[in-house]
Design a protein around this ligand. Structure first.
Ligand code: F6R
Length: 608
């Protein structure tokens, strides 16, 4: 989705803006641009297409100046063209701004502004903001921005510069994340911490409603009445090295291979072997509150929703508390049920997914305590939840979520272990789980050794036009996740189903051209899944079995068998998903797809 970066200091802004925008590329975009302030006023450069093209344009026609703003656009209102790319300017060309979010009353505002004589140059909702600020009253630039935003409905993260006030960036946040990068004699604004890392690791996360003013001398955070607000300075946990590809051809492969470390990071300092439980400091759920939980609602989208489905299984097993898992986008529009004792768990890698955030707000409004399971530190969901568990998986750049998924599963296991022990799970059972969780990073490492076999499998099945993924119990969501991975990066149609549901419809799809991937580690439903394999085999289907070591030889039934290390059934999804991530990756590469930037997708979906 759209990305913002701004710079004010003593250096040339344009190269810093381009570098920052490059760090935001992974979020998905279709056009890009910068505006820089200098003695000649506001100069903009924009392109439809990639940031490399913007860099080339800036080489041909440079812009000089030490204060500027930049943007990557993911089109919502108006086609992805150079004209519609940000920054947008007012009628006089002296105010320029970049915007993330959606202005919901843009049509109305535009009509009103046109009647007042303003001329619009683009089809975007954003341009209305430039014209509103052009007309707004105020003694200072920030007062004009505040006044200009008053009639606006919708969401924005905004950075504005004005020729009348050189050396100043005014930013505003409502519903779209923004942070300030605090450097030495220079300040940045960005929608994502990765964009400021080139210059600083110190950041101030802005709250909804904040206005901030950046100059080379410092920054101030204000409320809408221009009163100064106090905001903490945080440190970014990772460095530029983490954001580099290293020897990997794609971020997706890098992140798949990082999973022993990311799983280890999610577990670090959280296992208590003697007590057979987990320590989750940020959860804010002391024993008395655990005792009051009568039902759990898990909210998420996409891969995070799949993690939630695994979480349901794990939580019900270890705590005995009933759990429902909801698509955040559906939940938020249903009648809220005010059921006492409801604990809501919002799962989100980015912590910014609009549907999950709004669902969290709806749950809170209905009186529920909300905890967040989130990767991105300081993200909106993390800040609005009553407590939570950070994944500490490190930045996930590949659009297809991989390491965040396995860390989400681990966080849910830790949460279920903690809650379970509060709710009567035996010490011995807790200790067994802790022991097995301690082994997990190594087991993930051993699972990655399957890569050459998975690559061979991809070569064998890379030409398939459809695929079925089947699993049962705690591994049914893994089947869903395997199918999602394949379709989103290789554009091959794939369906995930509970294995036994196959005979209620999807069995009609089975033929010799449709690979059927079974997720069948050793667990209580293993024998049942093997029966489902028989049914596919009997109809001439191509069977791929992801099973676990010690499960014996399935070659009689399966054309291919891949065995992950054996572990407790509740932990098995952390391992069984890995060959499916690798399979999707290698099929996509063989088909020549842009693995890290699949078409139409964005990393963080901040619109509804
Ligand atoms: C799939 C994928 C998406 C996200 C979904 C939610 O690979 O990445 O399905 O899982 O958009 O995103 P977060 O977890 O950031 O809320």
């Amino acid at each position: 989705m759209c990305g913002i970066v701004g710079y004010v200091g003593s250096r040339e802004a344009a190269p810093i803006l381009v570098e920052g925008l490059t760090r935001l590329e992974y979020r998905g975009y279709d056009s890009a641009g910068v505006a820089v302030l200098n003695g000649r006023g506001v100069e903009t450069r924009k392109v439809a297409g990639r940031i490399t093209a913007l860099g080339e344009l800036l080489t041909r026609t440079p812009v000089h100046g030490a204060c500027g703003i930049g943007h990557t656009r993911w089109a919502t209102h108006g086609a992805p063209s150079e004209r519609n790319a940000h920054p947008h300017v007012d009628c006089t060309g002296t105010v320029a701004l970049v915007h993330n979010g959606i202005i919901e009353n843009a049509e109305l505002l535009r009509a009103r502004l046109e009647r007042a004589g303003h001329r619009f140059a683009t089809e975007t909702d954003t341009e209305t903001l430039a014209h509103l600020i052009e007309d707004a009253p105020g003694a200072t630039f920030e007062e004009r921005v505040i006044a200009g935003l008053a009639p606006v409905e919708g969401t924005y993260g905004l950075a504005v510069i004005s020729e009348a006030d050189p050396g100043k960036i005014v930013v505003a946040r409502r519903g779209s994340p923004l942070l300030i990068g605090v450097g030495a004699g220079e300040y940045l604004v960005a929608s994502d911490a990765n964009a400021v890392l080139q210059r600083t690791r110190s950041v101030v996360y802005l709250n909804d409603g904040d206005i901030a003013v950046l100059t080379p001398l410092g920054y101030r955070v204000l409320d809408r009445a221009a009163r100064v607000q106090d905001r903490a300075v945080d440190d970014i946990e990772w460095d530029l090295e983490t954001l580099a590809l290293g020897h990997y051809p794609h971020f997706m492969l890098k992140e798949i291979c990082e999973q022993p470390d990311s799983v280890r990071a999610t577990l670090r300092g959280r296992l208590l072997p003697d007590e057979g439980t987990a320590r989750l400091d940020g959860l804010n759920l002391p024993p008395a509150r655990c005792a009051r939980v009568q039902r759990i609602v898990i909210l998420g989208c996409g891969t995070s929703w799949h993690a939630g489905l695994v979480g349901r299984h794990v939580l019900e097993d270890l705590t005995g508390i009933p759990v429902s898992v909801e698509y955040a986008s559906e939940y938020r529009y249903r009648k809220p049920l005010r059921l006492p004792g409801t604990l809501t768990v919002a799962i989100s890698q980015s912590g910014e997914t609009a549907d999950t955030l709004e669902a969290l707000r709806a749950a809170k409004a209905a009186g529920s305590t909300v905890i967040g399971i989130v990767n991105v530190v300081g993200s909106t969901i993390a800040r609005e939840a009553d407590g939570g568990i950070y994944l500490h998986a490190g930045p996930e750049i590949g659009v297809a979520s991989t390491k965040a998924f396995t860390s989400q599963l681990v966080a849910l296991l830790l949460f279920a272990l903690y809650l379970g022990r509060q709710r009567g799970l035996a010490l011995a059972a807790g200790r067994t789980l802790v022991r097995e969780l301690e082994r997990l990073p190594d087991l993930v490492g051993r699972t990655l050794e399957l890569e050459p076999a998975v690559r061979a499998l991809a070569e064998r099945h890379g030409d398939a036009r459809n695929a079925l993924y089947l699993g049962r119990g705690v591994n049914f969501p893994v089947a869903l996740e395997g199918a999602l991975k394949l379709k989103e990066i290789s554009y091959v149609h794939a369906e995930g189903y509970p294995a036994a549901e196959m005979k209620h419809g999807p069995i009609a799809l089975i033929d010799e051209n449709t690979p059927v991937v079974f997720v069948a580690p050793k667990d209580p439903v293993y024998a049942k899944v093997v029966s489902n394999m028989q049914e596919v085999k009997a109809r001439g289907g191509r069977v791929v079995a992801i099973t676990s070591e010690g499960n014996g030889d399935l070659r009689r039934l399966a054309d291919h068998q891949l065995s992950v290390p054996a572990t407790l059934p509740l932990l098995s999804p952390v391992l069984t998903v890995i060959p499916l991530q690798l399979l999707a990756y290698h099929i996509a590469v063989l088909r020549g797809c842009d693995v890290d930037r699949p078409r139409n997708l964005a990393k963080s979906v901040t619109v509804e």
